[in-house]
Write a protein that binds this ligand. Structure first.
Ligand code: ATP
Length: 364
């Protein structure tokens, strides 16, 4: 069977006074777990609802394989949806909830029972057939929602923040379960979240959105390690990011702290950024390598997390640098007030244009 990607082509969607989606183009491959990630109000839900057919776009097209589905009504789009608020029917048993979509599609009665049994086994709810949703936990209700969306074997599964009403521990467990089920069924999934860690863990690829505009599409690794602009760099994960003052003070005779600003730019044009885990504290007996840039400061806070330790280091003028180090048996924890030098490999510095946040890549 030929692969049928979902193509979202130049979609624009406005509400009175708001451009919710501005020329959004995304291609989701068959069998892919694709995530829309961004802050509240960036247009994630609007895009999901447009794909589902609950909203009509002002411009652009949605294609499944070669077929344009713009005019296909929601109930004929062959899409399963899982919502944040579970949306299970309270007056129906678990089995009736899961059977609902099959009955609607006029699936013969004798096929419904086995399909429901299989779907409930997949979400680990065998034995709960006769319960009503008020006797289920939040996580179990969301599993019913998942079983109900999957049992119709849709071409596309859309999930709108399905874990956000669950407690932290259950979220972590359920995100793995959702991924396992998606892989097992080989179903194409588009997942909405504002939780960047969830997006990194669960996705084959991520589209990061802001103000209705796609900022970057890439694998979790690309998005985290190679962000396209300052918004993506700072929205996904933690970042040390500095403008003028820190960069200015590095332009000294002291080559160990000098940053090599991209050619043709001045200090005022750029911000420099690096991940806390790309920095480390220089042991007292080690010299700064020419491949590293050095920052001298004092430990303001030591946050010991067990496996990691986070240092907040004051560089003066209220500028703080964060270093995240693994803890090993040989680690020696620094304490508040210690004078230390943090070093970052020059290869891990990223530069962004001060005017528009675009990434400045060094010319080779
Ligand atoms: P959240 O994470 O808070 O759900 P989101 O990224 O899903 O946010 P959307 O719900 O898609 O964002 O909203 C995008 C923009 O469109 C927002 O500015 C929102 O206020 C606006 N919007 C969404 N739905 C409507 C509507 N039905 N009528 C008017 N404006 C809307």
């Amino acid at each position: 069977m030929p692969a049928k990607p979902i193509q979202i082509e130049n979609i624009r969607k406005t509400f009175p006074g708001v451009v919710a989606l501005d020329d959004v183009s995304i291609e989701v491959m068959e069998g892919e777990f694709f995530t829309l990630l961004g802050p509240s109000g960036c247009g994630k839900t609007t895009l999901l609802r447009t794909i589902a057919g609950f909203y009509n776009q002002d411009a652009g097209h949605i294609r499944v394989g070669e077929a344009v589905i713009d005019k296909v009504p929601a109930h004929s789009r062959d899409i399963g949806m899982v919502f944040q608020n579970y949306a299970v029917f309270p007056h129906m048993t678990v089995a009736e909830n899961v059977a609902f979509g099959l009955k609607n599609r006029k699936i013969p009665q004798k096929e419904i029972g086995p399909k429901v049994t299989r779907a409930l086994a997949t979400v680990q709810l065998s034995g709960y057939e006769e319960r009503t949703p008020d006797k289920l936990s939040g996580g179990q209700q969301q599993r019913v929602g998942l079983a109900r969306a999957m049992v119709i074997e849709p071409r596309l599964l859309l999930l709108d923040e399905p874990l956000s009403n669950l407690d932290a521990k259950l979220r972590i467990q359920m995100r793995e379960d959702i991924l396992d089920i998606q892989r097992q069924l080989g179903i194409t999934a588009v997942y909405v979240t504002h939780d960047q860690e969830e997006a990194l863990v669960i996705s084959d690829r991520i589209a990061v959105m802001n103000f209705g505009v796609v900022q970057q599409i890439g694998t979790p690794w690309d998005i985290y390690r190679d962000p396209a602009n300052e918004f993506v760099a700072t929205f996904v994960g933690n970042m040390n990011i500095y403008g003028g003052a820190v960069i200015d003070s590095s332009v000294t005779e002291d080559t160990r702290s000098r940053m090599n600003i991209p050619q043709g730019r001045s200090q005022a044009d750029v911000r420099v950024a690096f991940r806390p885990e790309d920095a480390r504290i220089l042991p007292p007996d080690e010299k700064v390598s020419p491949d590293d840039v050095a920052f001298d400061g004092n430990v303001e806070k030591t946050l010991f997390l067990g496996s990691d330790v986070i240092y907040r280091i004051g560089l003066g003028d209220e500028v703080t640098l964060t270093v995240n180090e693994y803890v090993s048996k040989r680690s020696q924890l620094r304490t508040e007030g210690d004078a230390i030098t943090a070093v970052v490999p020059r290869a891990h510095l990223m530069f962004f244009d001060t005017s528009d946040g675009a990434r400045i890549r060094e010319e080779a």
